[in-house]
Design a protein around this ligand. Structure first.
Ligand code: AHG
Ligand code: MN
Ligand code: MN
Length: 314
């Protein structure tokens, strides 16, 4: 990386970081377009209507006006980017083809606003994006060429990886994303855990896993927003997030295409692990757009331990 005299590397903006890492120019353009869209999403969160949209999504969940508005903002940017052939949104029931036979373009799966129901109590929420080359959105997560998320918290931060490490940016007062840190790396052991789902629906193995963590003195940190909860695990480097299979919900809640694949790509790039309790998330072949999977994601040793406890249930 070339640092101009007198300029600290931390004034490097997102576009420059991607260019100086010799990323594909079309992918650079796409990632920057998504970062631009996030600035409009920020505005809608800060000032938008917190009410319901009067519609529901594919999962039968009532959509909030912010879900629909964020989806529209991001979709418009992707359609006009000129480098996207297909998009799949958590808020839409089908894949949208923008360009036919788009092997030379990118496919994007995204959750435009994760945790939207937390906005009315002023908790942090985020946008999650998964990027593939070509026009097949049902590839395994390991085939992603990039993953990113934007976290709308006290600061607005952006995390991305194109397979060359995980890097964090923060939005400055000029609305530019500037570099905070590069090549984020996880420790092997957790000291915080972030347990999703109803505790009285935990299976025997998962309940024993939680007891194991607590006996080790691991502290509970859970906001109910996947993006801030995951971000804490990644940036502290010593954490495990899980939204496990539950009694009555064997696939848990979180969606493979829109939430789990991108976060699994990032955590593996940071030296951590992501499993559905039996196999790596990134090796799961998606069968349908709304596929849900249990998730254990964070420090490698703690994910492996979770798999051991889950295996006792077989
Ligand atoms: P979304 O708002 O996109 O539907 O996702 C919400 C998810 C995720 O943010 C979080 O981990 C999980 O819902 C929390 O679920 P519970 O409310 O069941 O705990
Ligand atoms: Mn979500
Ligand atoms: Mn969402």
């Amino acid at each position: 990386m070339i640092i101009e005299a007198g300029q600290s590397k931390f004034q490097i903006d997102l576009n420059r970081h991607l260019r100086e890492n010799n990323e594909n120019p079309a992918l650079t353009h796409l990632i920057c377009e998504i970062s631009e869209a996030s600035k409009y999403i920020i505005n809608s969160i800060r000032t938008g209507d917190l009410g319901v949209a009067g519609t529901s999504n594919l999962y039968g969940e009532e959509q909030l006006a912010l879900d629909v508005l964020s989806d529209r903002i991001l979709k418009k940017r992707l359609i006009h980017s000129g480098v996207v052939g297909k998009i799949a949104s958590e808020e839409a029931s089908d894949v949208l083809t923008i360009v036919d036979n788009a092997e030379h373009l990118y496919s994007v799966a995204y959750d435009p606003l994760d945790g939207s129901s937390l906005v009315d109590v002023n908790l942090a929420v985020g946008t999650i994006v998964s990027i593939f080359k070509g026009d097949n959105i049902f590839q395994t997560g390991r085939k992603q060429v990039a993953a990113m998320y934007i976290l709308y918290g006290p600061r607005t931060t952006l995390i991305y990886s194109t397979g060359n490490g995980v890097h964090e940016f923060s939005l400055n007062q000029l609305m530019e994303y500037t570099l905070v840190q590069e090549n984020i790396q996880m420790n092997t052991k957790a000291n915080i855990y972030s347990p999703g789902g109803l505790r009285n629906k935990y299976t025997k193995g998962v309940a024993e896993y939680v007891r194991h963590l607590e006996e080790k003195g691991v502290k509970l940190r859970y906001s109910g927003g996947f993006v801030p909860d995951f971000n804490q695990v990644l940036l502290k480097g010593k954490g495990i997030f899980f939204y496990p299979h539950l009694k009555g919900a064997p696939n848990g809640k979180l969606r493979l295409l829109f939430e789990l694949n991108p976060m699994a790509f990032l955590i593996e790039q940071a030296g951590g692990a992501a499993s559905n309790g039996k196999m790596p998330i990134l090796d799961i072949v998606p069968k349908k757009i709304d596929q849900r999977e249990p998730i254990f994601i964070g420090c490698k040793e703690d994910v492996e331990k979770a798999e051991e406890y889950v295996a006792t249930e077989d």
